[in-house]
Write a protein that binds this ligand. Structure first.
Ligand code: D5M
Ligand code: FE
Ligand code: ZN
Length: 492
């Protein structure tokens, strides 16, 4: 893999300057030397060559134009799309070497705090909010709005509670009374998320809390999608290689997408499907949990991906397949996660219509923005959220939108990599939020955002049985990008 420095040098030596934005982007696009090589080739073909390489030059390289790459369908030719059909906004980054020192984590949480504080302050009602250690001191009781990261929370039997809010300089204690409404709000507060508390302070060191405000999202007017029916099929968690992989049902799904079976409306949907999005756990993996061998049909990781590739090669070539990793895939275990390692999944990489991205990923498909994540943090968020359950994961996903973070809780089941900037913050707000992992499908909508969990293709495992987790596999949510309507196809 080429280094960023030699890639940068290659640009400078060719007589170009590089804007700071472009430089930052260069580090996010996979092999930087390869990117520069392609960039220089693209510039060669330009009539007027730029003096400075801007972000836009790089952006034009990463547009994935479905129609130019594969044979267009006759109907697609009739109405050419004005925007490139698939643009990767985020998610193609490669693994950086992070040591994970205390300082790395400190930097990571400062970035998380500051970014989310900005999101909170951008709300009209919170422009005058202060951060935790900048409260006015002395004098008489004053009303305050105080932003901080939640470092601890204690809920007492009496109904009252104490929450510790931290900023980059220090922390304050917020105590809440035990009335029902306040209790409900406090119980929704997640550790390590950033919130704003409305309350009263006298000494500037502690606050009597009255209300809690989350960053949340504003009601959305969706970006314009395509004019005619265009479908994105949302799926995940194949767990190929597992004895419990639902081969028969999955094969009937593959036959459906080939428009071979199905009839009437369902066949119409298949024929107008342009995207297949797979939110991780393509394979069951090897050594993911103790004694996994006993539950594996294919015990070799490469062979598992060969089987994946065999199935995906049956998907019509004009359908763009977008893939992110899950915790069973061959990739680093921490979030954000770079794309699945090529050395294990070469046959999948070799498919011309496949785009391999990291977790999280943001893609723009025909003008509709998708935020994709496997959803591992749901294992931490669901038990911590009141009124949320593994039976309806979509509602926990809605809560993540309100927290504006894909994995707010630190130190539980979801390992986080302390990258310099927190790419798990949900910003910008997408049109569609798609996750998997929980093996239960569920679709909802929140303030104009379609929220979908895409279920699985694996029957209940022993572990899930012992935990009382009841998967609902074999159901596939399908989204029409033209009108944002979803349908659920059942292959059971
Ligand atoms: O996870 C599928 C679902 O099952 C998800 O909700 C987590 C849960 N699960 C499965 N195995 C485990 C173990 N060993 N620990 C905790 N939670 C588990 P998947 O990613 O497909 O394994
Ligand atoms: Fe899974
Ligand atoms: Zn998973």
């Amino acid at each position: 893999m080429g280094s960023l420095k030699s890639a940068y040098d290659a640009l400078i030596n060719s007589g170009y300057q590089v804007s700071p934005e472009a430089f930052a982007m260069l580090g996010e696009l996979g092999d930087p030397e390869l990117v520069v090589e392609r960039l220089l080739k693209a510039i060669e073909g330009m009539r007027e060559k730029p003096m400075i390489i801007e972000r836009s030059h790089l952006e034009s390289l990463i547009k994935v134009e479905t129609q130019s790459e594969s044979k267009p369908s006759p109907s697609a030719q009739a109405t050419p799309s004005p925007v490139p059909s698939a643009v990767i906004v985020m998610g193609s980054s490669e693994s950086h070497l992070i040591e994970g020192t205390i300082n790395d984590f400190r930097g990571y949480f400062i970035n998380r705090f500051e970014h989310l504080q900005n999101i909170l302050r951008a709300r009209a009602d919170l422009r005058d909010a202060t951060s935790a250690s900048f409260l006015p001191e002395g004098g008489k009781p004053r009303k305050v709005k105080v932003i901080g990261m939640v470092s601890s929370k204690k809920e007492f039997k009496s109904g009252g509670s104490v929450v510790e809010l931290e900023d980059t300089q220090g922390s304050i204690r917020v105590s809440f009374r035990g009335d029902e409404q306040t209790k409900r709000k406090v119980s929704r507060i997640l550790l390590d998320e950033v919130v704003c508390v409305l309350g009263t302070t006298t000494n500037g060191k502690s606050v009597r809390g009255e209300d809690v405000v989350w960053p949340d999202i504003a009601p959305r007017i969706r970006s314009g999608g395509p004019k005619r029916d265009t479908y994105a099929v949302l799926t995940s968690d194949f767990h190929i290689g597992s004895k419990l992989f639902m081969k028969e049902q999955f094969e009937s799904f593959i036959n459906w997408i080939k428009a071979e079976n199905g009839e009437g409306a369902s066949k119409e949907v298949a024929l107008n499907t342009k995207y297949l999005i797979i939110a991780g756990d393509l394979v069951d993996g090897v050594g993911v949990y103790p004694n996994q061998e006993e539950e594996l049909l294919i015990k070799d990781l490469n062979k598992q991906y060969e089987q994946v590739a065999e199935y995906l090669s049956m998907v019509p070539e004009q359908i763009k397949i977008i893939i992110i990793p899950g915790n069973h895939d061959a990739c680093r275990p921490t979030l954000p996660t770079p794309p699945i390692y090529r050395e294990y999944a070469e046959p999948v990489y070799a498919l011309r219509n496949v785009v391999m991205l990291g977790d999280p990923a943001v893609v723009n498909l025909d003008g509709v923005t998708f935020l994709l994540t496997h959803g591992r943090s749901l294992d931490d968020a669901i038990p911590a959220l009141p009124n949320c359950s593994f039976k309806e994961p979509q509602y926990a996903m809605v809560e993540l939108l309100k927290s504006r973070h894909l994995a707010p809780i630190y130190g539980e089941k979801t390992p986080l990599a302390p990258e310099q900037s927190d790419s798990l913050i949900i910003d910008p707000v997408p049109d569609v939020f798609h996750a998997g992992h929980v093996h239960v499908w569920g679709v909802s909508e929140y303030r104009g955002v379609v929220v979908a969990n895409s279920g699985a293709w694996q029957m209940q495992t022993k572990y899930q049985q012992s935990m009382g987790i009841e998967p609902q596999p074999g159901v596939v949510p399908v989204l029409n990008l033209a009108n944002f309507r979803t349908t659920n196809l059942n292959f059971l």
